[in-house]
Design a protein. Structure first.
Length: 103
């Protein structure tokens, strides 16, 4: 693994990737994980979105959306920073509408 100056993992090499001179990449913005990129399986890539300053539902600076091959998860927060609502949208090739689950 390689790290940036503040100790975040920026790349990881597995034995399979080493033979191909490739690595899994971790990208950050202000020390917050922004994405994970898999060189051989881009369908496994993950992106993270954080709330902008002044965002509603106490989302400012907090993780609000995670997107990967299976779909996306959206988070809403209470006044103490606790997750009060989570919406999971499941990607599907079987029909025109994705499945949406709210907890």
């Amino acid at each position: 693994m390689t790290y940036d100056l503040v100790g975040n993992v920026v790349s990881k090499v597995t034995s399979n990737l080493r033979a191909e001179n490739k690595a899994i990449r971790y990208d950050y913005e202000f020390s917050r994980l922004k994405s994970i990129t898999y060189p051989n399986f881009p369908g496994n890539n993950v992106t993270y979105v954080y709330g902008e300053p002044g965002a509603p539902f106490n989302r400012a600076g907090r993780l609000v959306l995670v997107t990967d091959q299976s779909g996306q998860e959206e988070y809403f927060y209470g006044p103490l920073g606790e997750v009060v609502k989570e919406i999971k949208t499941v990607a599907s090739d079987t029909g025109p509408q994705p499945e949406v689950y709210t907890t």
